[in-house]
Design a protein around this ligand. Structure first.
Ligand code: HEC
Length: 255
């Protein structure tokens, strides 16, 4: 209900802008994350996913376990069992367990800290990054490539869940600037090669929750802010009504 109200308001306020944004180019694999940062259950699942599948390589260096647990209403017991890494204290920042020198040796670069990635890249970008890994024998180190970040050094760490897919390309002929035809490779569709433990819909849900958690982490006060915002708007609406009635009352005797 609350989110519905927010979205109606937002649609009214920025309707034109949003309509414009969704017209952007779509190559067939670009999708919207559709995550809801006010959805606590999704954020809790996302936190669990992050700790299980991402925190081995990536840190969230501005977030403390205790703050995340408090914001996401995770009990102390579950916090210590699922969130806090072995050997860490619940007051610690969420750091990666990988020694930097090893990371550089294994991946050629450091897995970046993900605290602000939802802002520097956008939730949709991360959603598309995590859903478009595909088998590519030319990528000798990881065996996979990615449509969102071609040539990425990140392995497909979720392949046991998603499975492995290949890309079917199509040749598209366009006219170059000199009028000669130019043939380019374009994405046509994915084809499953190895089946994962989740269905495609479950995998999307898994990624959506993880992206949602990263969006929360990039601005931890936004969950609270959104719910305060609703009350502020309601108060303003109510106050407008009162002010209008007062005005009528005052002017009754004058006119
Ligand atoms: C085995 C180590 C490893 C694991 C586990 C891992 N990553 Fe990565 N990740 C990397 C490396 C290395 C890069 C740098 C890739 C590049 O720049 O080509 C990266 C890059 C990224 C980026 C791109 C950041 C940017 O702005 O360029 C995102 C987003 C990301 N990872 C998210 C995740 C998420 C979410 C998970 C958990 C589901 C995860 N990663 C698990 C190694 C890992």
């Amino acid at each position: 209900m609350r989110t519905k109200f927010t979205s109606v308001l937002l649609t009214l306020l920025i309707g034109a802008g949003a309509a414009h944004a969704s017209e952007g180019g779509n190559a067939g694999w670009q999708r919207s994350a559709d995550n809801e940062v006010a959805n606590l259950a999704s954020l809790q699942r996302g936190a669990n996913n992050f700790m299980a599948y991402c925190s081995g390589c990536h840190s969230l260096k501005y977030a403390r376990y205790s703050r995340v647990a408090a914001d996401l209403k995770i009990s102390d017991e579950l916090r210590d069992q699922y969130l806090v890494k072995p050997g860490a204290k619940f007051t610690d920042y969420i750091t990666s367990s990988m020694p930097e020198a090893d990371a550089v040796e294994w991946f050629g670069k450091l897995p970046p800290d993900l605290s602000l990635v939802a802002r520097s890249r956008s939730p949709d970008w991360i959603f598309n990054f995590l859903t478009t890994f595909y088998a590519d024998p030319a990528a000798r180190q990881t065996g996979v490539n990615n449509l969102q970040l071609p040539g990425t050094a990140m392995p497909h760490v979720l392949s046991s869940l998603q499975g492995v897919q290949t890309v079917v390309w199509k040749n598209v002929e366009t006219k170059g600037s000199d009028g000669k035809p130019v043939v380019s490779h374009q994405f046509e569709k994915f084809e499953p090669a190895v089946v994962g433990s989740l269905t495609p819909a479950q995998y999307d849900e898994f990624v959506r929750d993880t992206v949602n958690f990263l969006q929360y982490a990039s601005d931890p006060t936004q969950v609270e802010r959104q719910s305060i915002g609703i009350w502020v708007v309601l108060f303003l609406l109510m106050f407008t009504g009162i002010a209008y009635m007062l005005k009528k009352e005052y002017w009754k005797d004058v006119t």
